[in-house]
Design a protein around this ligand. Structure first.
Ligand code: UDP
Length: 342
């Protein structure tokens, strides 16, 4: 029998790519989203890519406990992948309560209902932000977490702990996997789904593609005086489809009883550090476009350098990032052009 995976926040950037990969791997998927930070574009794109016109969509808020209960009563849910959360670092500093309330309540509700129904496999989308400014790079899963520098980051750290404690107390009924994402970028090769930032993008690649298409005048590279080879920050940019596939490996590992602990943690990155300037140059070269950019002061809260040691995910889950930065930047550009109708 086909297994069913609930994807909360399934209409967003990461959720939509994960939904595609799950369906292609043979899972039934229920997409749930309140469309607070996205529209129906990616949900419609997922249906087109997969040919699943009947893909279930539940428009709901995970902070509504009764709605979460009803959802679990309606579908035979074998696993939940929880994306539904706010994600803007700066906004979280300005409006901490909004972040704590939404990001914690929604996850608590998922776990409460999972526990009530006698157990579930739960995958939480965490972030490399939990490592803060690491003392040693690359970071492994055993690299100590640092105190969060924003309420957003703190909700990731707190949700990790909440899942770990809940698994521990569940007598084996709840299983958990924490995936710590590095910098997901790019878009599906079909150019039917991708990142859709509202307003001015915070993240680098959407800002690059919007500048290249003419929506923004000039990219500011935040800081060129960091202690790195070219003075700009180093990150681990991971292709969104590669990242999405990691979720399929993780869900399958839970379903097939292959976990070695009740709650496991994996870095989802490439292991390859790339500087902001290298990324900009690669974008220009692979897409044959000139990008208007300037150097600007450092952005508050940015860490100098972080990239993953993905060995554990490679060896334990059998997952590995396969796409080159060039392929990924081509896909990101194709998506921006698709949005512009070009
Ligand atoms: N960055 C930049 N200009 C921008 C946006 C980001 O120079 O308009 C830099 C940022 O300082 C960081 C890197 O790009 O070094 C990645 O930033 P992003 O916000 O995409 O992800 P983060 O690593 O902060 O999660």
């Amino acid at each position: 029998m086909k297994k069913t995976v609930l994807v909360s926040g399934g209409a967003g950037f990461i959720g939509s790519h994960v939904t595609v990969e799950l369906i292609e791997a043979g899972y039934d998927v229920v997409v749930a989203d309140n469309f607070s930070n996205c529209d129906r574009t990616c949900y419609e794109g997922v249906k087109k890519i997969t040919g699943r016109e009947d893909l279930p969509l539940e428009v709901m808020d995970f902070c509504d406990l009764a709605a979460v209960k009803a959802l679990f009563a309606k579908y035979p849910i074998d696993a939940v992948i929880h994306f539904a959360a706010y994600k803007a670092v700066g906004e979280s500093v300005a409006e901490p309560l909004k972040y704590y309330k939404n990001n914690l309540t929604s996850f608590l509700n998922v776990l409460e209902v999972a526990q009530e129904k006698g157990g579930c496999n739960v995958l939480f989308s965490s972030s490399a932000t939990v490592y803060g400014e690491p003392d040693v790079v690359p970071v492994t899963e055993n690299t100590p977490r640092k105190p969060a520098t924003s309420p957003y980051g703190n909700t990731k750290t707190m949700c990790e702990d909440i899942l770990r404690d809940t698994v521990k107390a569940s007598d084996g009924k709840i299983k958990g996997i924490l995936l710590r994402y590095f910098n997901p970028i790019g878009a599906h090769p079909s150019a039917l789904i991708g990142e859709l930032p509202r307003g001015v993008p915070n993240n680098l690649v959407p800002f690059i593609t919007q500048t290249a298409i003419g929506k923004r005048e000039c990219l500011s590279i935040f800081g060129n005086d960091y202690p790195t080879p070219d003075g700009t920050c180093l990150r681990d940019y991971i292709d969104i489809v590669d990242l999405a596939k990691a979720h399929v490996f993780a869900v399958t590992r839970m379903m097939e009883g292959k976990m070695k602990q009740g709650c496991e943690t994996f870095n989802v990155g490439t292991g390859r550090p790339v500087s902001v300037l290298e990324l900009v140059n690669a974008f220009e070269k692979v897409n044959g476009v000139k990008l208007n950019y300037k150097f600007a002061p450092r952005r508050a809260g940015d860490v100098t350098a972080i990239w993953a040691d993905p060995t554990l995910a490679n060896t334990e889950m059998g997952w590995k990032a396969t796409r080159t930065v060039e392929e990924t930047l081509k896909a990101a550009w194709a998506w921006e052009k698709h949005l512009a109708g070009k």
